[in-house]
Write a new protein. Structure first.
Length: 276
């Protein structure tokens, strides 16, 4: 069993056994048939992944890690909000008539800000500080821009990353306001773990821990039976994650710069409804 499987299973069981149901409350998300999409949740979940030990990909079911990395590159490298620049269709439900998701995610990371050293967007400022100010306690990003929320079709879920260098080790904290455990949890964990690997490599650092802080960690009502079925699956050891060692520029990474060696996982052929 991978460490990611252990953490995922423990988190889901805690939600199912001890979580709070919001069935008596009015909720924003709806199913495709218009029915309110209720959840059972836990508040303030904190999961730690030591990226030095293994890459945190689950084996209980397949995580489409290349698509997850493609999305993180779309957000952090392309700094894009255009769906025609993304290789998957995970954002199609939130598309605007202009073919974007509004001023969300990559758009926010690409906005330039003034610093004593000159203008930087948020990504380039992180990369600059990791090389020039590694002892800084100010290396972070935040895409929850209240001024632009009215122009976002979906408010950012994973909204902030804080980077911290200890010795020659890069650690990071991912803050997430909302987490759908079935559809998105391991997807998010994998893509941000890959991001830490990328930033560490181009900054001459070793990869360390990814700490995932989730305010509202939930399972939707129509996902409960699917999650229970998945948790009964057998598990496998974590695969080996390989990053192309020749890449020294963050903007040179592609989704093909990575390999997942000996990734074994379970088939999960059930249709998963999506709450919008």
């Amino acid at each position: 069993m991978s460490r990611a499987d252990e953490i995922y299973r423990a988190t889901c069981l805690d939600i199912l056994e001890n979580g709070f149901w919001d069935t008596d409350l009015q909720v924003r998300p709806k199913w495709a048939d218009g029915t309110p999409a209720h959840t059972v949740k836990k508040f303030g979940v904190v999961n730690r992944y030591d990226l030095r030990e293994e890459f945190p990909i689950m084996t209980l079911r397949r995580t489409y890690w290349k698509s997850a990395i493609d999305e993180i590159l779309w957000i952090w490298q392309k700094k894009s909000n255009r769906l025609d620049e993304l290789g998957s269709h995970v954002w199609d439900e939130w598309a605007q008539p202009d073919g974007t998701i509004g001023k969300a995610y990559g758009y926010q990371l690409g906005v330039k800000h003034q610093y004593p050293e000159g203008e930087f967007d948020q990504v380039d400022r992180v990369l600059y500080d990791l090389k020039h100010n590694p002892a800084s306690r100010r290396i972070l990003t935040n895409i929850y821009n209240f001024e632009d929320l009215h122009e976002m079709n979906l408010y950012p879920c994973a909204y902030s990353m804080t980077f911290n260098v200890t010795g020659n080790t890069l650690n990071a904290i991912l803050n997430q306001r909302s987490q759908d455990m079935l559809t998105a949890n391991n997807w998010n964990v994998c893509q941000y773990a890959a991001l830490v690997h990328m930033f560490a490599q181009v900054s001459g650092l070793q990869v360390g821990e990814l700490v995932h802080v989730i305010a509202d960690c939930h399972i939707y009502d129509r996902h409960v039976d699917l999650v229970k079925k998945m948790l009964d699956n057998p598990t496998f050891e974590a695969p080996k994650f390989e990053v192309d060692p020749t890449v020294t520029d963050f903007y040179a990474f592609t989704k093909d710069s990575f390999k997942m060696v000996d990734y074994q996982c379970n088939k999960f052929d059930y249709e998963i409804p999506i709450a919008i």
